[in-house]
Ligand binder design. Structure first.
Ligand code: PEP
Ligand code: MG
Length: 334
């Protein structure tokens, strides 16, 4: 395939602006596909499958550590961003472990669950800190609603380091910590959150769901799940701007980052990094290499003046086609 033949070329625009392409993975078995995709590391390591592997119990520290270490060692010196446990909502829980809730997407999940279950949370934090002794590990918290949760989680992180020190275990405490931005309240306070984080990562899958009040897994309202809603796009832009005011880099790790129709817009809005499934990296890199940062910025400026999702999508698709038509031939385009 045409895209694959170009994967060892750098991920930069025609006018020399770099956009780091990172991989989304869920386990150590995917390390090879990350290497093959020429990703510059892992931008989202989902850990629910690892932590919940034991079905009715949570995986112990050593088991988690071994899995993280395999990825970190294999990808060294590239960074690996391990996301702490994001259970609940769409991430199925084994059996009835956490009880039934009427509104699981807005329920006792992810960082909320971890902050109330410090033993389980610190078990994962210790495993992550131990794996950091083997390479370049970063960590991020999911479903953050405000900076207070980041600070509270960081306190538990300090406790986890102390526990490892007391045990005489080898670990690295020098890891960068970031927050996912996927709840509107976090997006709106991204200025404060970014002051307290090494990086932000926008999770568009949940951000769209929570901004538009549209369940991301409910087929009967799938037509309302609209990445091109102006509120979503303004929010993404605002988060990037707020973080950049504090010199905090911003990644996008939701599905939008893997769609070449949206990629020019995200680049034009200033996203520093995109994280996506390894298999989709070649095509996204191809897109990045055939646009200029200047034209992407113009596109982003034009898009914010448009009011209707359909018109916005139409403009993005038109831009995509204008870039691709001379490269692949019009008849191959969607
Ligand atoms: C997101 O919400 O966009 C995201 C990347 O996380 P997940 O899809 O795992 O919820
Ligand atoms: Mg999410």
């Amino acid at each position: 395939k045409m895209y694959e033949s170009k994967i060892s070329l750098p991920s930069e625009t025609m006018d020399g602006s770099k956009v780091r392409l990172m991989a989304n993975i869920e386990g150590a078995d995917e390390s090879e596909s990350v290497i093959q995709s020429r990703a510059e590391g892992v931008g989202l390591f989902r850990t629910e499958g690892i932590v919940l592997r034991e079905r009715q119990a949570l995986a112990k520290e050593d088991l988690q550590f071994e899995e993280y270490r395999r990825v970190v060692e294999r990808l060294h010196p590239h960074p690996v961003v391990i996301r702490t446990l994001d259970i609940g909502g769409d991430k199925a829980l084994p059996g009835n472990m956490f009880g039934r809730e009427d509104n699981p997407f807005m329920g006792f999940r992810a960082i909320r669950y971890c902050l109330k279950n410090p033993d389980i949370f610190k078990e994962q934090l210790r495993a992550i800190l131990r794996s950091a002794a083997y390479g370049n590990v970063r960590m991020m918290y999911p479903m953050i609603s405000g900076v207070h949760e980041v600070l509270e989680a960081n306190e538990l992180l300090e406790e986890a380091k102390q526990e490892l020190k007391d045990r005489g275990e080898s670990y690295s405490g020098e890891i960068e910590v970031g927050s996912m931005i996927e709840i509107p309240s976090a997006a709106y306070t991204a200025d404060v959150i970014s002051e307290n984080c090494s990086f932000l990562s926008i999770g568009t899958n949940d951000l769209i769901q929570y901004m538009l009040a549209v369940d991301r897994v409910n087929d009967s309202i799938a037509h309302l799940y609209e990445p091109c809603h102006p509120a979503v796009l303004r929010t993404i832009k605002a988060v990037i701007d707020m973080a950049h005011e504090n010199d905090t880099p911003v990644a996008v790790c939701g599905e939008m980052a893997s769609d070449p129709v949206y990629v020019p817009l995200l680049v034009g809005m200033g996203a520093d990094e995109l994280s996506l499934s390894p298999s989709l990296i070649p095509e996204v890199k191809f897109m990045i290499r055939h646009i200029s940062q200047a034209s992407a910025r113009d596109l982003a400026a034009e898009i914010v003046t448009l009011k209707r999702p359909r018109l916005i999508f139409g403009r993005l698709r038109e831009f995509y086609r204008s870039v691709m038509k001379d490269l692949v031939g019009e008849r191959f385009l969607p």
